[in-house]
Design a protein around this ligand. Sequence first.
Ligand code: GLN
Length: 554
Amino acid sequence: MSKEGHKYIFIIGGVMSGVGKGITSSSIGLLLQAKGFSVNLVKIDPYLNVDAGTMNPTEHGEVFVLNSGLETDQDMGNYERFLGRDLGPEDYMTSGMIYQSVISRERALGYNGKCVEAIPHVRDEIISRIGDAAKHNGSSVSVIEIGGTVGDFQNALFIDAARVLGIRYPGDVLYIMVSYLPVPGTLGEMKTKPTQNAVRQLNACGLQPNFLIARGKYPLDKKRKEKIAIACSVPADQVISAPDIESIYEVPLNFEKDALAEMLTKALNMQDEQKTELTAWRKFSRGIMNEKRDVVDIAIVGKYFNTGDFVLSDAYLSVIEAIKFSGVVCNVKPRIHWVNAKQFEEGISLSTLARYDGIIVPGGFGKSGIEGKIKTIHYARTRKIPYFGLCYGMQLMAIEFARNVAGLTDAHTVEIDSHTPHPIVDILDSQKEKIQKKEYGASMRLGGYDMVVKKGTIAFGAYGEEHLVERHRHRYEINPNYIQKLQDSGLVFSGVSPNGVLMEIAELPHSEHPFMLGTQFHPEFHARPLSPHPLFTAFLHSAIARRKKRTESV
Ligand code: GLN
């Protein structure tokens, strides 16, 4: 048995990636938590990047930032949303991170002159990090998702670490394979052979799955369940059907129908703390799927390339989910529209924006589409359309205001124009040095920072609190030299850093605009199903009010 009776559940993919290992892990975490256990979820990314911060979100998906400032994979966002709590940097690891520590230790003579090898040294570093994550969380069970698919070259050491833990702590470790069952168009029949082969591949790594999650377009029928059970030596009741469903938030409820949590705790010999308590989750899940809610139309105006909607929604995953969660508490169904900011630079009329109930300009970097975004913000401000700016969306809101209200015609951010006469958004000296040295990795203002919210503002009305922590990911800040000028012209900085130097929230008063607010941080990283973010909720309330007015006037 492991030292403190700690339990480990490894989630390993079969057949192909992208079939829902992350949601499976999140759901299992939620279910065990709902049974009263303290759970931590760990994501292992096999790539060599030291963190996810240097990867392009349109190729890899959103970079999710933890409170600690670690830039991680979007799965960590799902984990936090399902568990409803913050996770630590110990809960995320990449091959790059692991090799970096092993190599640093080797350079510091930490291996006493031994030849340093992938096995045992790299594998042991993985095992030790998995242990650290459990210890740090003080959890009784860890759910560990190994990225990639069995048979990949890249994740073999992680799978071997999982095997060694199973030998070390017999009875305390479970292996769950999440596999895919295709239904080839020509046959119209669900095929189990790829899954049988995937299990065989896992067997070749010295592992036998205890459970098999059968992902597919349709539910798994009895015949195929039994076939898999016999071919793969997994008991039939431990082969769980996991068909595509409408909402990812239904997945744990679907697992619950098969009493998965109970089977897991039995298999791990865990004394159940309580019956699975999912009342609030069920209510939320019903809310998010309620098609009878009134619709609000929200435009997300950004620089969208020809990447297709699938990738786009991945790049802004937390923003979309944050809108959806607030939609549940406001009892409306937000309909999201992707609007390419560039078109407004190419002559398309801004009046197309009038059809939306609210506009968001999300986080971003670089020049592309920037004047289109500023025009959008101008339109939202002057036409009194609810506007919510996230990070870049707040910086550009300040620039639009500086140019068109404060009379600073050529105001800009130095990210785009280093010679602007009015650098409204500027770079801090500490950041300048980093850029000169090409230190781009993990070098922005990252993670949770304290903020003080001023009473009597829209932000305070939403939060109802003065002291908060919000998560950041940006290099530039509102230039302290322009704060007075902007304030004198009517912009309210309703959230500031405790020392008063950094501007965290900008807004226009109610008398000027129904909702014109931007945050230097990313509120979307703190939005959770059962505790939606108050600023997203306030924005949505304002969008609903506009919708009502619009429909009443037609
Ligand atoms: N590009 C801006 C900066 O680095 C905003 C970043 C963001 O929107 N996350 O400050």
